[in-house]
Design a protein around this ligand. Structure first.
Ligand code: ADP
Ligand code: GLC
Length: 515
């Protein structure tokens, strides 16, 4: 069936893609979706900035400099290329790898940090950096003579790509003196914007608007205006041909004022073009049978390696190597979104009481808000069963998924969440708040029937987190057969991208039909 359906040329515009640049799940989602689409026969390319940390010598340079028109005049950059074939073993050396193009502009991207640094959390020139990036996506197509059917933009840093398409590239860039035949090559291109997180919209002073080289009429028509500021995501939401977010649950939530981050009205205006498509996971990178970061591979039929992973995790974190004690893992960015107030809030968070009152071990990996880092360090120094690594480690995140018995995600909101899916396939039971993608992927434990795949709570309060962790620990000690069955159930679920990639293909088809 897949063979007979139409095949599209798709350009993914993104500020992050693993393994090149990652701060969160966006970086995992884009390449994995691209690969899944390529497997369905679509022609996919990714374009992203070349940040300082991405080693140029490992990339192929595209001949000649590339000019990008901006309101400040033409900016020049270089373009580098590689392909995901080197990263994803299942396509290495095969005919259909996904090329990744890097925009190399020293002034904008030749610095540490993707969006900011510890000293400047949101770089002052971000509106220019990402407006430039969005414009450069079109220039890469021109330079390589490859014109996509679909420009698929991800999150606010890429949200101006649909705007540039609608107010310039699609109809010929008026005023730029370009050959209309050439610019006409985007005439049939449509745009899709995926919202991975409505909490980040890219809101900046409208003094930066001139840099887009769009007219002030477009500022209002394209929906940039946000209380006299310039809002990247709002413009993308207003302009893209189709919109989606990364789970059906979050799509519903974002239409309400309570969880719409002031964009619920804009999204309701676009409701007929807006949907939720659940993320998948990369089943090569996140697979306990193949994972090179865990000591012994394992599966639901042969779970022995999980015990070994737990032992290694306990040893690395300096915890007593006790198989019988439940081990709770957590890996996340330390931001309000992740529910860290209820867990680590000074004087009120439940982590302290959880570790004091319950016979368990707790390991944490992550970084972010300074107050939370400080609290976590304090807990680690006072509690013998709580250990933390403040920082980023891909390797350790895999070991925590594999070696923990439970994985805690008390998110305030969660557009999709990848970690709970990783947990499920690693036989680690998620303890999650009933929200967004968490609610779409975890089934609450029913202690009467033994059914379920994890433990859920509704209110984001220290008490609810405490009680739900307590419930999981109770089940661990009193219902071991339910725990074993839930683990197996989680591990046997299919979270691969296949189905979701087909849904994206359907979204592209409906956008193209609308043209
Ligand atoms: P979000 O994108 O909101 O951060 P997700 O659950 O979708 O949440 O994805 C988070 C991704 O980032 C996961 O792959 C997770 O393992 C990874 N991650 C977050 N913090 C760290 C860290 N400190 N070290 C390693 N990986 C991390
Ligand atoms: C965002 C969301 C997260 C989602 C990820 C990938 O960062 O916070 O819930 O899983 O994007 O779509």
């Amino acid at each position: 069936m897949a063979e007979r359906s139409p095949k599209y040329k798709i350009l993914m515009c993104t500020s992050e893609a693993a393994p090149y640049a990652k701060t969160g799940g966006l970086a995992d989602a884009v390449p994995a979706l691209s690969m899944a689409l390529a497997k369905l026969g679509h022609e996919v390319r990714i374009v992203m900035p070349r940040y300082y940390g991405i080693n140029r010598s490992a990339l192929e340079k595209i001949e000649g400099a590339m000019g990008v028109p901006t309101g400040g005049g033409e900016e020049w950059c270089a373009v580098y290329k590689t392909d995901l074939g080197g990263t994803f073993p299942e396509v290495r050396g095969k005919a259909n790898p996904v090329p990744v193009y890097f925009i190399d502009h020293e002034g904008f991207f030749g610095r540490d940090g993707i969006y900011g640094s510890p000293w400047e959390p949101d770089f002052l020139d971000n509106p220019r950096r990402f407006a430039f990036f969005c414009r450069s996506c079109f220039q890469v197509c021109r330079k390589t003579g490859w014109y996509p059917d679909v420009i698929h933009a991800h999150d606010w840093p890429a949200a101006l790509a649909p705007v540039f398409l609608r107010y310039g590239e699609r109809y010929g860039a008026a005023g730029r003196g370009e050959d209309p035949g050439e610019t006409g090559s985007f005439a049939r291109t449509v745009s899709v914007l995926t919202i991975h997180n409505l909490g980040y919209q890219g809101i900046y002073s409208k003094d930066n608007f001139f840099y887009t080289s769009l007219g002030w009429d477009v500022f209002y028509q394209a929906g940039f205006d946000d209380w006299n500021m310039m809002n990247f995501l709002k413009a993308g939401i207003t302009t893209a041909d189709k919109l989606n977010t990364v789970s059906p649950g979050y799509a519903r939530e974002t239409l309400s004022p309570a969880q719409g981050f002031r964009r619920d009205g804009d999204l309701r205006c676009r409701e007929k073009d807006y949907s939720g498509i659940l993320n998948g996971i990369d089943t090569v990178v996140w697979n306990p049978r193949l994972d090179c970061h865990i000591p012994v591979p394992y599966s639901s039929g042969d779970p022995g390696g999980k015990t070994k992973a737990k032992e290694t995790l306990q040893r690395i974190f300096g915890l007593p190597e006790r198989p019988e004690i439940p081990l709770i893992g957590m890996v996340c960015r330390l931001t309000e979104q992740k529910g860290i107030g209820a867990l680590f809030g000074p004087g009120s968070g439940s982590a302290w009481a959880i570790c004091r009152d319950m016979d368990l071990q707790f390991v944490f990996l992550g970084s972010g808000d300074a107050w939370a880092e400080q609290e976590i360090r304090g807990l680690a120094s006072r509690l013998s069963n709580f250990r933390a690594r403040i920082g980023y480690s891909e390797e350790l995140s895999h070991l925590i998924e594999a070696g923990s018995d439970f994985f805690l995600m008390p998110s305030l909101y969660e557009p999709c969440g990848l970690n709970q899916m990783y947990s499920l396939v690693y036989g680690t039971l998620p303890i999650v708040r009933n929200t967004g993608g968490l609610a779409d992927t975890v089934q609450n434990y029913d202690q009467n029937t033994g059914k379920g795949t994890g433990f859920m709570f509704n209110d984001l309060t220290p008490e609810a987190v405490y009680n739900t962790v307590g419930w999981a620990v109770w089940a661990w000690y009193n219902r071991p057969e339910d725990i074993t069955a839930m683990r197996r159930r989680g591990m046997d679920q299919d979270f691969s991208w296949n189905k979701s990639a087909q849904r994206y293909a359907g979204l592209y088809a409906s956008a193209l039909a609308g043209r």
